[in-house]
Design a protein around this ligand. Sequence first.
Ligand code: DQA
Length: 145
Amino acid sequence: MKILVINGPNLNLLGKRKPDMYGHRTPEEVEKFILKYFKEVELKFFQSNSEGEIIDQIQKADAAYDGIAINPGAFTHYSYAIRDAIESIRIPVAEVHLSNIAAREDFRHKSVIAPVCIGSVAGFGAYSYVIGIQALAHLIKRKSE
Ligand code: DQA
């Protein structure tokens, strides 16, 4: 099983960017942390600060992966283009966030991405990715049985 993990804008700055909010791990350390939990799932990581590149990856993933876990960063709150891309593919998508977006500024309370995802996980730091990927893998496996 192959799952693509997509990280959106400013998530390349993990470790330096608001560590009290997003944690002290660098992007490489977050990847290592996630990989520890998955022996049978093949994970590939992609990060971009550009909306178009993220959309290209989502479109391409449909033919190459079984599912996507995405942290769209601030695009979560306003990118109808990323939402449309997710709505256009057949593979399931899980939304993940490091912080609890429901407990933050008002503009972060709304996710335009959530309604086109299988489910969302937020607030558990890097462990949000682990939960999201685990749930996604469970669902993909169940569907193939
Ligand atoms: C985030 C939450 C977003 O509101 C923010 O813009 C991010 C990170 C998170 O993982 O908590 O860039 O997606």
